[in-house]
Ligand binder design. Structure first.
Ligand code: FES
Length: 149
């Protein structure tokens, strides 16, 4: 990993906003920003690890944990909540052995709760990799997720 991070750092060596560019490329390469990469970046740019981390965590699009192959967003806003999102969340947590915000052990899914997916007429609603699924029941959610490759 260090070698790849060093290549990325060298690519951006002479740029003004190199830290952000490096962080972007590291995330593109690994899917997130590993602790080890923060250490290498800090060392090479003459910064403290905490400074690199602070700069990166200012931006919500940088991730510090690996994400699953599929991003699953469960809407828990008011309409979806009234129509049963809580039961869906409970079922997912039981069925896949995770809490919301976590990734399954096999790396297949990362589950997130979001506030409003804009399809209230089909609530409860979830989104998998950008695709909306509505009129859900706990059984239907498990069936859809089990069908994901
Ligand atoms: S409340 Fe969930 S999509 Fe509107």
């Amino acid at each position: 990993m260090e070698e790849k991070v060093l290549q990325i750092i060298n690519k951006h060596k002479n740029k003004d906003s190199k830290l952000l560019a490096i962080l972007h490329d590291v995330q593109d390469e690994f899917g997130y920003i590993p602790e080890e990469a923060i250490k290498t970046i800090a060392k090479e740019l003459g910064m403290k690890k905490g400074e690199v981390y602070d700069a990166a965590s200012f931006y919500s699009f940088f991730r510090f944990k690996p994400e699953g192959k599929h991003e699953v967003m469960i809407c828990d806003c008011i309409v979806c909540h009234i129509k049963g999102s809580e039961r869906i969340i409970e079922r997912i947590e039981k069925e896949f052995g995770v809490k919301m915000g976590e990734t399954t052990k096999d790396g297949k899914f990362t589950f997130k709760i979001v506030e409003g997916l804009g399809h209230c007429e089909h609530s409860p609603v979830m989104m998998i990799d950008g695709k909306i699924y509505g009129d859900l029941t706990p059984d239907k959610v498990v069936e859809i997720l089990r069908g994901c490759q």
